[in-house]
Design a binder for this molecule. Sequence first.
Ligand code: AMP
Ligand code: ZN
Ligand code: FE
Ligand code: FE
Length: 290
Amino acid sequence: MATARIDLHAHSTASDGTDSPGELVAAAAAAGVDVLAITDHDTTAGWTAAAAALPRGMRLVRGAEFSCVSPTGRGDRDVAVHLLGYLFDPTHEAIVVEQARLRGERDDRLRRMTEKMAADGYPVDAEAVFSLLPPGASAGRPHLARALVAAGVVESVNEAFAKLLYNGSPYYVPKADTPVETAIGMVRAAGGVTVFAHPLARKRGRVVEPSMIATLVAAGLSGVEVDHPDHSPQDRDLLRGIIAELGIVGTGSSDYHGTNKTTPIAEETTAPAVFEQLVAGADGAEVLVG
Ligand code: AMP
Ligand code: ZN
Ligand code: FE
Ligand code: FE
């Protein structure tokens, strides 16, 4: 039997992906994926529809990508980081409350970004963006990027980020993210496990010192994403050294966003033994089998 294809990081229309949860599962199946994790930003709203669409034999890991903030390990100001949480109890109160707060933060910041842009003559309107989102979905900059494409201001989501929406742009507004150690503790308390998403995605801006990973492991982190489209070969090697030293797992994932990014689903994958080790630590939700 061929080795299972495992992709542990993908977005649906419950956040800033362009495939509905059902379409996401179908796209994964069409790409020969055996195990898929649905990891929308700050919401579990896509879990039910993804589960309902699961083809026979395919496995679904229910998760989310938590918007967090972390010390850099250099003593300069904190940096935004993403934390993948898998197989946690989605009714755990601290998670329900914090994810709802984050979605509120996302709405507020999208409103403030569109106000700044509208003041400079860009034809964008936050309420029009929100009207396109399914219930419980997280609003993000890619939604604003698509509105700019639809209005003919830019030709692509990438161009919207490069010209207007990048971190540090005059139109950029930060949101109040969760301290990463708090988020790790919340997911663990809800029976889940955590993986540091794209820790060295340098093209998005500043990243943490690799030494921060040991600190997060002490706080309960189970692994790091090693193979990610935004990681250079050198950084992947660096991370492989760190996980070997710390005795944690290293995953590989596509961070698929449908047509909001160019990466195909399962462009990067996770080894079966790593997947088994990761899920063995979780008991807040089951891996579903179709
Ligand atoms: P937000 O969550 O609103 O801060 O938006 C950040 C999200 O936008 C990230 O999670 C990425 O998925 C996506 N993103 C960041 N840079 C780009 C880019 N250049 N093109 C497309 N999507 C991007
Ligand atoms: Zn995203
Ligand atoms: Fe991310
Ligand atoms: Fe992601």
